[in-house]
Design a binder for this molecule. Structure first.
Ligand code: ADP
Ligand code: MG
Length: 285
């Protein structure tokens, strides 16, 4: 995978750094009381003979941000891709265990894969807008989902999703321009807008800031925090400061196993397992 080519800098999460961050914590929310939106039970995955994940059991809380952290190759992207069955396209891939979304088994016979992938949208490390205008990037996603849509309604959806992705004011006068005319950070927000336009419940992001500068990264973080009022967000990140700043729950993976999961502040401040402590203090990465 592309993890090795471009990863966020790993910041040592020692006491000094933690105390610096203390003042910057933007939100502290109480644990979600709603039932989890996703339940993962004893998930195991292989690619051919190679085992990528084993015995992963994890709940994803609704309308919260969950961060998957851990060194490269530990199975974070695999875990993410299982949640909307993107790995099904890889012939050697096999998964066992059970994943439910809103109580529905995603491997159930009646599951429509296209609908699942819209309900659980994905944003990748490299922004991947379609080679067309900013407007059409969103309009096409909507038309693929719904067939013919009246122009006025499309206009409303395009504006609404760009607004939600904090991009509208920057692009409202250039909607006909190519999506490639945007900066990397703007392209990433366009990809988020495109995912939002098809009304997902869950948005997954796999290292979405790995190719972005700090200012664009800050904008994405702010955006994700705002979106988490209404959407369940799962983010893979190598940037521990980012996980600390924006996530409510953090899941630490190591060599295919979920070592520890818990409320973000608790995991960073008093990890239960030595491996977690070693990772977040930068002793290995
Ligand atoms: P992470 O996102 O934490 O870096 P991955 O989920 O990408 O980890 O990878 C977990 C393991 O599965 C790694 O050993 C990786 O080489 C392997 N893997 C990932 N994708 C594939 C694939 N398409 N085919 C074969 N092996 C893969
Ligand atoms: Mg990965």
């Amino acid at each position: 995978m592309s993890d090795s080519t471009m990863t966020d800098e790993v910041i040592a999460f020692d006491d000094e750094f933690l105390s610096q961050l203390e003042g910057q914590m933007s939100v502290e929310r109480i644990a979600s009381e709603a039932p989890p939106i996703i339940e993962i039970e004893n998930m195991g995955c292989v690619y051919g003979k190679k085992r990528a994940l084993e015995g992963v059991t994890l709940d994803i809380p609704r309308d919260r941000i969950t961060a998957f952290i851990g060194p490269s190759g530990c199975g974070k992207s695999t875990a993410l891709r299982c949640l909307n069955r993107m790995n099904d396209d890889i012939p050697s891939f096999k998964m066992d265990g059970r994943i439910t979304i809103e109580g529905q088994d995603i491997h159930g016979r009646q599951v429509n894969l296209t609908a699942l992938r819209r309900a659980v949208g994905m944003v990748f490390q490299q922004p991947n807008p379609f080679p067309m205008s900013i407007y059409d990037n969103i309009a096409l996603a909507v038309k693929e989902q719904r067939g013919r849509v009246a122009r006025a309604e499309l206009d409303t959806i395009v504006e609404g999703s760009l607004e939600q992705a904090s991009l509208w004011t920057e692009v409202k006068d250039s909607l006909k321009d190519s999506a490639f005319s945007l900066s990397g950070g703007q392209q990433q927000r366009l990809c988020i807008a495109r995912a939002l336009a098809v009304t997902p419940g869950v948005i997954m992001l796999d290292e979405p800031c790995a190719s972005l500068d700090p200012i664009s990264t800050a904008k994405i973080e702010e955006l994700l925090l705002a979106l988490s009022a209404e959407y369940t967000i799962i983010i893979v990140t190598h940037n521990l400061a980012q996980a600390h700043r924006i996530s409510d729950q953090v899941a630490f993976f190591l060599m295919g196993k979920l070592v520890e999961v818990g409320e973000t502040r608790a995991v960073f401040e008093s990890p239960r397992y030595e491996e977690t402590g070693n990772y977040i203090t930068g002793r290995f990465g």
